[in-house]
Write a protein that binds this ligand. Structure first.
Ligand code: PRP
Ligand code: URA
Length: 209
């Protein structure tokens, strides 16, 4: 079974409180998602493999460790996942980006796909699938199903807020995938929104409501 890591770092918890607040502006919300993504990314990339390289300091030649040129892919689930990309990209600038477009049907809450474009060498990369919200788990499972069909073998899911229901669904469907979350919330309401949550992540990120 994949592991679930809940981040309890004080900086992340502080920024999560600001971000959840309904009075936080779209601009501040977007900045906070970006900052939290960066802080989470720092820890979530702890296990990346390095390769030994020869470099020369001003004093002498030496061996050092660097990320290989083919190392990471970041796959945001559109649209809200886009908010987490810049923070991760500032940590790993040579990562390739794939996109999966999914939206939840407002009545059935089932995910519907509308777009997908992946880097060709997905099988050689550690793939970070990112989305601020893991609610029923339907979107994350559908996205990872698709990414695996495209050849990905090493996948991590990263989100800001997860409901216990979504964690269970994702772990059962993809037991090989580790899950990184900034907060595990209480439950889903009758509209499958996370409680207490933050509302609709896409709308808050892009100011569409
Ligand atoms: C939100 C969110 C996730 C999904 C989570 O996206 O960003 O992708 O819901 O819900 P689930 O775990 O129940 O599938 P939404 O479908 O609202 O689309 P949007 O990002 O375009 O707003
Ligand atoms: N999608 C969101 O944006 N928020 C939720 O609480 C659940 C799904």
């Amino acid at each position: 079974m994949g592991k679930v890591y809940v981040f309890d770092h004080p900086l992340i918890q502080h920024k999560m409180a600001l971000m959840r607040d309904k009075n936080t502006s779209t601009k501040d919300f977007r900045e906070l998602v970006n900052e939290i993504g960066l802080l989470m990314g720092y820890e979530a990339t702890r296990d990346l493999e390095l390769e030994e390289v020869e470099i020369e300091t001003p004093i002498c030649p030496t061996k050092a460790k660097m990320l290989p040129s083919i190392s990471v892919a970041i796959v945001p689930i559109l649209r809200a996942g886009l908010g987490l990309v810049d923070g991760l990209m500032s940590l790993i600038p040579n990562a390739k980006i794939g996109h999966v477009g999914l939206y939840r049907d407002p009545v059935t809450h089932e995910p519907h796909d509308y777009y997908c474009k992946m880097p060709e060498d997905l099988d050689r990369r550690k793939v970070f699938v990112v989305d601020p919200m893991l609610a029923t788990g339907g979107s994350a499972v559908a996205a990872i199903d698709f990414i695996k069909k495209q050849g990905a073998k090493n996948i991590t899911f990263m989100c800001l807020i997860a409901a216990p229901e979504g964690i269970e669904v994702l772990q059962n469907a993809h037991p090989d995938v580790d899950i990184y979350i900034a907060a595990k919330d209480d439950h889903l309401n009758e509209n499958a929104y996370i409680v207490p949550g933050l509302g609709d992540a896409g709308d808050r990120l892009f100011g569409t409501k």
